[in-house]
Write a protein that binds this ligand. Structure first.
Ligand SMILES: Nc1ncnc2c1ncn2[C@@H]1O[C@H](COP(=O)(O)OP(=O)(O)OP(=O)(O)O)[C@@H](O)[C@H]1O
Ligand SMILES: [Mg+2]
Length: 249
């Protein structure tokens, strides 16, 4: 579903965020992207979301080489990707309904259909009935769930989340992660960047660990919560990754 093939990313500042990153995420799989601050987790997600483009190498999503997508095609491409951010980026002067409906409005979905889908998405995150409220009237965890509802409202096959639990206390963080797992259980491919080692371990889904601009560890799911992990048939290729001691970052 998602494949990075020797991807490098150098920002205009000259900073090389990714040196050579290769990994694969199978359709319907859930993967954690881990690594220290600055390891390149957000960069990987931005490449998947086509917010940034690779400097070298190939990023393939759903069999499509993203280098071949022209600027005009980006909004259309993004309809298959739900994005969740740490600070949830909600519009505070708009009710919850407007926030969740945003991707549908942009895609030109008729009001009635949008309304039906917004309710379904809010129901999935446990916030049905809150559509008229404003984000400010919601708790941090609830706001994050609104952000998730917005990400899934268009039923994208892929969900990417950048530190979605970064601002939440441990209990809420676990709740939000379980929410992601539920979407994964119904077939959505999920990639979550997180440096919360404890949470990641507790969840026991496959990890792709970044350090020094490379994948240093791409391991199978282990541990208690591993039940939901669909031991991927696309067993992550281990590129020149395991330069073991790779604690260079
Ligand atoms: N827009 C940008 N312009 C220049 N350099 C950038 C840009 N975005 C990220 N970088 C640099 O690229 C490297 C990787 O950044 P990235 O945000 O991907 O790391 P991260 O793993 O998400 O870190 P964190 O855990 O702190 O969020 C860092 O050195 C960062 O300073
Ligand atoms: Mg980041």
């Amino acid at each position: 579903m998602i494949r990075f093939d020797r991807v490098a990313k150098r920002y205009p500042s000259g900073r090389e965020a990714l040196a050579e990153v290769s990994f694969e995420v199978g359709a319907g799989e859930m993967v954690f992207l881990t690594g220290h601050s600055g390891a390149g987790k957000s960069t990987v997600l931005k490449l998947i979301g086509l917010v940034e483009r690779a400097t070298r190498g190939q990023v393939l999503v759903g069999g499509q080489n993203l280098a071949g997508i022209a600027r005009a095609g980006v909004p259309y491409y993004r309809r298959q990707i739900g994005m969740v951010f740490q600070d949830h980026k909600l519009l505070h002067d708009r009710p919850v309904w407007d926030n969740v409906a945003l991707p549908l409005v942009i895609a030109g979905v008729p009001r009635r259909e949008a309304d039906r889908r917004v309710r379904a998405a809010l129901d999935q995150v446990g916030l049905l009935g809150r559509e008229r409220g404003f984000p400010i009237e919601l708790s941090t965890g609830e706001q994050q769930r609104v952000g998730i509802a917005r990400a899934v409202v268009g039923k994208p096959p892929i969900l990417i989340a950048d530190e979605p639990t970064g601002n939440l206390d441990p209990d809420l963080a676990l709740e939000v992660m379980k929410l992601f797992r539920r979407f994964n259980e119904v077939g959505v491919t999920v990639v979550i960047a997180s440096h919360d080692v404890h949470l990641v371990e507790r969840f026991g889904v496959r990890r792709v660990a970044l350090a020094g601009g490379r994948v240093v560890e791409a391991e199978a799911a282990t541990g208690a919560g591993a039940a939901a992990a669909p031991s991927s048939p696309s067993s992550a290729p281990k590129p020149p990754a395991t330069d073991a001691g790779g604690a260079r970052a």
